[in-house]
Design a protein around this ligand. Structure first.
Ligand SMILES: NCc1[nH]cc(CCC(=O)O)c1CC(=O)O
Length: 332
């Protein structure tokens, strides 16, 4: 059986949980509004949370509030150049502040490492396949691709690892939502593309996955494959309503991964990956920092207890810095 844990506050991990089990239970919700982006993936995720909330609270009306973010509008430039992940959450956070919505549902990978004090990640739900997927109409795997074949990716993390592991391939930038990226592949602009397996699976497109990339080939991004729910920090009743959706193992993994990314990158875009799994009741955390061209990759790994996820992440970041990541970061 899975253990559940009370919600936590992302920006202040040592703070005691918002919900004290000895306090009287919060009344069941009557209406919950979910702020969501309007890409097919975001809507699937919001519908997924909606269905889980309806099952938990049969008398509650759950509605979606669809919104377009700056990140969805600006599609012609790499994310790293237009301000990064924050572009995908700001509009949703404004809806929370205005009380037009109670929660926002996010792909944890898209949530900035630093959040404003007024916001909290109240739950992280059980994660799906966290790995990257190889998608192609021509080749079975990266190993099958001839020199000069073109691989499209949307992140410095994937790009740097491809350069390092497959130096003869041509790696180019690919942006847009999942459907757009697949269309560009089908039109022949790329010989293959790399996408998160979780997104494809959620949209019923798992038949497009020719193979998943082992974590040794493409270490995932912090939070990849996990869904998070954000709410205002000063609404403990919302945190209490969401608490049953929290998965303690995924939460620990994602908190450890985000601690690595936070300590190394802050809000800037850096080629880095962080990936944790639960093994023998403990965390096994791995991370890397690379030069964008893949000419240098610094890797480290560490094991620790679930309860020290954040400090494990910080320690791994320190180890990466000491191992050469500091020079790479300084040069970016
Ligand atoms: N950056 C966009 C994004 N945000 C979350 C996912 C996939 C689902 C997930 O990781 O939870 C994707 C697509 C991708 O990277 O291929």
């Amino acid at each position: 059986m899975r253990r559940r844990q009370p919600p936590f506050s992302s920006h202040c991990p040592s703070e005691s949980p918002t919900v004290n089990p000895t306090q009287p239970a919060v009344a069941a919700p009557e209406r919950i509004v979910i702020a969501t982006r309007e890409s097919r993936l975001a809507l699937w995720q919001a519908e997924h949370v909606k269905a889980r909330l309806e099952a938990l609270y049969p008398a509650c009306e759950v509605v979606l509030l669809g919104m377009t973010t700056r990140g969805d509008q600006i599609l012609d430039r790499p994310l790293a150049k237009i301000g990064g992940k924050g572009l995908f959450v700001k509009e949703l956070e404004t809806a929370l502040l205005d009380r037009r919505a109670d929660i926002a549902v996010h792909s944890m990978k898209d949530v900035p490492m630093e959040m404003g004090e007024e916001f909290a990640l109240v739950t992280i739900s059980e994660r799906e396949v966290p790995l990257d997927a190889f998608v192609s109409n021509k080749y079975d795997s990266l190993d099958d691709m001839p020199p000069g074949a073109v691989v499209g990716t949307s992140s410095l993390r994937r790009e740097s690892q491809l350069h390092a592991n497959y130096p003869t391939l041509a790696v180019t930038s690919l942006r847009g939502n999942l459907d757009t990226r697949l269309r560009k592949l089908d039109e022949g602009q790329y010989d293959a593309i790399i996408l998160a397996a979780a997104g494809l699976t959620r949209l019923g497109l798992s038949e497009r996955i020719r193979g998943t990339l082992a974590s040794e080939v493409s270490l995932p991004a912090a939070g990849q494959g996990a869904l998070g729910i954000e709410a205002l920090s000063d609404r403990p009743e919302v945190a209490a309503w969401m608490a049953p959706l929290n998965d303690i193992d995924t939460s620990a993994c994602v908190r450890a991964e985000r601690a690595v990314a936070r300590a190394l990158a802050g809000s800037c875009e850096v080629p880095l990956g962080a990936y944790a799994v639960v093994e023998n009741d403990g965390l096994w955390l791995r991370g890397f920092v690379a030069r964008p061209d893949g000419s240098e990759i610094v890797r480290a790994e560490r094991r620790g207890a679930l309860v020290e996820a954040e400090s494990l992440g910080k320690a791994l970041a320190d180890e990466l810095r000491a191992g050469g990541a500091a020079e790479i970061l300084a040069s970016l």
